[in-house]
Write a protein that binds this ligand. Structure first.
Ligand code: SF4
Length: 252
């Protein structure tokens, strides 16, 4: 979809699926829905059908044409593991990721049950590819903690959490088996508040578990005003492409 992405933790986005349905409080102000619905009914526009679920097979081979290595966020405008996406199609997406192995793929979902089921069984081959990372979105304790537990039990070479929008205090979280944590607040119209203490609680636990921590943004109605400094500095830690931890300061 986009050779360049403005999302801080990736380089490019790839959307072989478009559209989704809401399943938890983190979806309330879904940016993908807001964007897609703006173009509903515009003839010939990629989002002519708004945020309705559609497979986009003509986009499948896009990463094969991108010659320089990139971190690619898979389905930034959808959720690959939603019910309406056939297993055969998820396998086709997987085969492209397997083939175009000079990239690193970041597959993020809220449908942790289906991801776990497929990677444990029919699509187990996909779980063994080192340059394909699997993550779940986390917004609060009620919905987020079961997703983290499920991800931990999902076969994958690299597991990550996108804790955005962070809507409440997560308290104690088990980060065993998790390789990367991204945290961010909600942005845009009606953005819900994220408290500093909640972020610091997650950072502290990342330090305890030795997990790289990436602070994406404070968010808010005008997110550029609030920026992405936490205690006067940025946190851009990430695993390296081969899964080692990148060099960073451990000072909080
Ligand atoms: S799962 Fe993601 S893409 Fe789907 S509605 Fe929720 S926030 Fe939007």
């Amino acid at each position: 979809m986009a050779l360049k992405s403005s999302i801080e933790w990736t380089d490019a986005t790839w959307n072989p699926v478009r559209g989704c349905t809401k399943i938890s409080p983190g979806c309330k102000h879904c940016y993908a829905e807001t964007f897609a619905e703006r173009f509903r009914g515009v003839p010939g526009h990629p989002y002519e059908q708004g945020f309705d679920l559609r497979l986009v097979p003509e986009k499948l081979n896009e990463p094969l044409r991108w010659r320089s290595p990139k971190r690619i966020f898979v389905n930034s405008m959808s959720d690959l593991f939603q019910e309406g996406v056939p297993t055969k199609y998820i396998a086709a997406v997987g085969r492209v990721m397997q083939h175009a192995n000079w990239h690193t793929y970041q597959v993020l979902t809220k449908r942790h049950e289906r991801m776990r089921e497929l990677l444990s069984d029919k699509l187990n081959w996909l779980s063994r590819i080192p340059h394909v990372w699997f993550g779940v979105s986390v917004e609060d304790r009620e919905y987020g903690l079961p997703r983290i537990d499920s991800l931990r039990k999902t076969p994958a070479r690299m597991r990550f959490l996108s804790i955005e929008p962070l809507l409440g205090n997560l308290g104690q979280i088990n980060l065993a088996g998790i390789n990367w944590v991204i945290v961010g607040g909600e942005s845009g119209h009606g953005a819900r508040l994220m408290r500093e203490a909640w972020v610091m609680g997650i950072l502290r636990q990342c330090r305890e578990y030795d997990v790289p921590f990436f602070f994406k943004q404070w968010g808010g109605v005008r997110k550029h005003e609030k920026g992405r400094l936490l205690h006067g500095r940025t946190y851009d830690e990430a695993p390296t492409i081969r899964g080692e931890r990148s060099a960073h300061s451990l000072a909080i």
